[in-house]
Ligand binder design. Structure first.
Ligand code: SF4
Length: 197
């Protein structure tokens, strides 16, 4: 019967907030590499935070929207993320982060507990990862092993796929340390495989 059903679709929003272009890595395929500087690159200012929160608050539709923090490496400026979360506390948001994982064991645990999702860049096995990201595999996996038991958050390994990537091998080497593996090609096509939790 025409007109009997009324569709009322309420979609939660996901906002990407770039905290900084600073980074403590120099991955060979990095698209922000030219903008990266540990010292000179401006980060999100208080004024930017106010503007973003105002934008989110005026677009709320009753759903639990999510804010994902990006960089560069956003954990370099984790205090700014903390400020953002504190200031947006009344908006019923969830929070997540894209990180290279190197600082996961250096920032306060109380701060990490504010985040519901971690997407950690780790390109499968040691050899594949270190070809583009330098000798960081052991440190990142070690950090994941240390923090994961202390958090209720979803921990996702984020694999950047190149022509040489063996996806089966990548997933197999990661899946025991994370809750899910998400992989994406450099052309930004992506897929995700989740472990049975
Ligand atoms: S960790 Fe990310 S932002 Fe940093 S150099 Fe690598 S790809 Fe670029």
């Amino acid at each position: 019967m025409r007109g009997r059903f009324k569709f009322n679709i309420l979609l939660a929003m996901e906002y990407s907030v770039y905290i900084t272009y600073k980074c403590n890595l120099r991955c060979s395929f990095c698209y922000v590499k030219k903008k990266i500087s540990l010292y000179d690159t401006p980060t999100l200012t208080d004024e930017h935070i106010e503007q973003i929160i105002k934008y989110i608050s005026t677009n709320k539709n009753g759903q639990k929207d999510r804010v994902m923090f990006f960089g560069g490496e956003p954990l370099i400026d984790y205090e700014i993320i903390k400020k953002f979360i504190n200031k947006s506390g009344g908006l019923n948001l969830s929070y997540g982060i894209y990180t290279n994982g190197l600082l996961l064991n250096s920032v306060p645990l109380d701060f990490l507990k504010l985040l519901d999702i971690f997407l950690i860049s780790i390109d499968g096995d040691k050899k594949a990862h270190e070809k583009y990201r330098g000798q960081t595999y052991k440190k990142i996996v070690g950090n994941i092993k240390k923090i994961k038991p202390k958090l209720d958050s979803l921990i996702i390994g984020r694999v950047t796929v190149t022509e040489e990537t063996n996806i089966y091998k990548s997933v197999k080497s990661l899946i025991n340390d994370v809750d899910a593996v998400h992989w994406r090609s450099l052309t930004n096509r992506s897929l995700m495989m989740q472990r049975n939790l």
